[in-house]
Design a binder for this molecule. Structure first.
Ligand code: B12
Ligand code: SF4
Length: 493
């Protein structure tokens, strides 16, 4: 019997910009759903998967290697986000050094966006799967096991002699209902160890589900290279079964839907809501929507079915910038959607970015005014990052591959700055915008009452607050006048 063990690794990555370490107390620790899906599929075909969540458990490369040594798998599968490529490479290098027979397979958003370049550059990765990996990974494993011809497997990239070959096609699952349930049972300490960002859920335990894949829009900053623009849905009945399973097996009480666009089809959302209401399971849940796919009647039903929070990609308070982003939305529409959401009794999480090409001091002021004007309850501000796979990456860099900042591409670093602005100035605006939203008495009162209702968050907040104070003091002592970002941490180009 051949060795059918496969160890999946979510590699560690730089989560926080240097100087912002205190943020880790409040950030999201969701597992890689992609690896859970892959593990479930290969298990169905007789392989023996294991998952190492090295980032969530703060594992060092040495600890990851100990696990590999213990398992002695024939295959290692690594999920690659752009920010994690270098750490993934370190792990792959060590594996090749110590266990040269192990076949290393990579996949994930970075491969879907620049798979060929990555494989040409890093000889430690043996095979890459472009797109949604479930079916293709199984095909590939079967070919490897039987000594078949890898050219017969579609959507893969591999090295043969000096050449990197790419077979035709990209892996897509047309019928999501066919896929087995994610293998939550393989996650060590699930669900306890996998907490989302602070105040992003009322109470745990929490689990994530992607109820659909794909998004038909083409916002220029967004990397849609894995799922593409054709939207595919699980049927509401199957989503409900997953939720029921999570409640019965693990006591999960809150679900985070991580779809690109959960409210893409109001009909499906309505069906799921009806199932949830009838079930009496009393789940709370959060999801994503665009400002133009939501209507008051749907919101009322969602609230009744337990919807706690909706994330809207609001991005900026400037219509001109929204246009430059090809967001196909206007500030006025955003305002209306947030007002409707608040009226329905659902929290709004506004996703914003700072430093997109065209950002000026005026647009920063517009964003500040906008975030103070709307009844938003939580604000997430990321530092604009041109991810490979996003249209803006090609606009900024042409076809040149810029990899000098991959390890900084976590949305918490400025790896690029618009004309006329420095990283330091952007960092100051970053703090100002957040402060102009959060530093208002009404937000203080809101979070105080939320904390009293859900005291679990208080402890996380206290740790964050103490860390922030310490960072500010350190910055003044070191003569950085309150700037948190460490000098020389990133240089824009
Ligand atoms: C939930 C989510 C998170 C969660 C969970 C992260 C995780 N490890 O899965 C949290 C909040 C922690 C997170 C963090 C980050 N995220 Co995020 N996240 C998402 C989101 C919304 C959904 C991911 C998901 O669960 N998809 C569903 C599963 C089934 O898909 P999947 O994970 O891609 O896996 C499939 C394929 O990629 C492939 N595959 C994946 N790995 C492997 C490995 C092998 C061996 C094979 C064969 C195949 C394969 O097969 C899988 C099954 O079909 C996506 C948007 C999106 N459309 O994917 C962004 C997205 C993946 N995130 C992104 C980014 C930038 C980040 C962060 C850097 C910071 C940030 N600003 O959010 C960090 C980095 C995290 C890391 N580990 O490196 C970008 C990635 C861009 C890039 N080129 O790197 C995306 C695409 C958003 C976007 N549109 O720009 N994220
Ligand atoms: S930002 Fe949202 S709406 Fe725009 S392409 Fe990405 S997932 Fe779709």
């Amino acid at each position: 019997m051949s060795n059918r063990k496969i160890v999946f690794i979510n590699p560690p990555y730089e989560r926080i910009a240097k100087g912002y370490d205190f943020v880790k107390h409040i950030t999201n620790n969701s597992p890689s759903l992609g690896l859970l899906h892959l593990a479930a599929e290969v298990r169905l075909h007789g392989y023996v998967p294991k998952i190492i969540e090295s980032d969530i458990f703060n594992l060092s490369i040495e600890q990851v290697m100990d696990e590999i040594e213990k398992e002695s798998p024939a295959y290692v599968g690594i999920t690659l986000f752009t920010v994690g490529v270098w750490n993934a490479l370190t792990i792959a290098r060590e594996i090749k050094k110590r266990f040269p027979e192990t076949v290393i397979i990579v996949g994930g958003p970075h491969i879907s966006s620049m798979g060929k370049e990555t494989m040409e550059r890093f000889r430690e990765f043996d095979y890459a799967v472009d797109g949604e990996g479930e079916k293709i990974l199984v095909e590939l494993l079967q070919v490897l096991e039987t000594g078949g011809n890898p050219f017969s497997v579609p959507g893969i990239i591999f090295r043969k002699g000096p050449f990197v070959n790419q077979t035709q096609g990209k892996a897509v699952n047309k019928d999501l209902d066919e896929l087995p349930m994610p293998a939550w049972d393989l996650l060590p300490d699930f669900p306890r160890a996998y907490i989302p960002a602070i105040y992003d859920y009322p109470r745990g335990p929490v689990a994530t589900i992607a109820a659909s894949r794909g998004c038909p829009f083409h916002c220029k900053f967004c990397d849609t290279s894995t799922f593409g623009s054709s939207v595919r849905f699980y049927s509401p009945k199957v989503v409900f079964q997953m939720m029921k399973h999570l409640r019965e097996q693990y006591g999960v009480r809150h679900i985070m839907f991580v779809d690109d666009l959960f409210v893409a089809s109001r009909l499906r959302v309505t069906e799921l809501c009806q199932l949830l209401i009838e079930s009496g399971l009393n789940f709370t849940w959060s999801c994503t929507s665009r400002v133009d796919t939501i209507k008051p009647d749907t919101l009322a039903l969602m609230k009744q079915a337990g919807c706690w929070e909706i994330s809207f990609g609001l991005e900026t308070g400037s219509n001109e910038l929204l246009k430059k982003m090809d967001k196909a939305a206007e500030v006025e529409k955003s305002e209306q959607a947030v007002n409707w959401t608040a009226a329905a009794g659902i929290r709004t999480k506004g996703l914003f970015m700072l430093g997109y090409p065209g950002e000026t001091r005026d647009t920063v002021e517009m964003t500040k005014a906008f975030v103070r004007r709307i009844p938003m309850t939580i604000m997430n501000l990321t530092k604009f990052t041109p991810y490979p796979g996003s249209p803006i990456y090609r606009d900024l860099y042409g076809t040149n591959i810029r990899d000098d900042h991959w390890e900084k591409m976590n949305g918490m670093n400025f790896v690029w700055a618009p004309e006329g602005m420095t990283v330091e100035e952007l960092d100051r605006h970053y703090q100002d915008i957040l402060m102009s939203f959060y530093q208002r008495p009404k937000m203080g009162l809101y979070y105080a009452s939320l904390s009293l209702r859900y005291p679990h968050h208080l402890l996380r907040l206290a740790r964050f607050g103490l860390g922030f104070l310490a960072a500010k003091i350190r910055s003044h002592v070191q003569g950085r006048h309150g700037l948190l970002v460490q000098p020389g941490a990133t240089t824009p180009h």
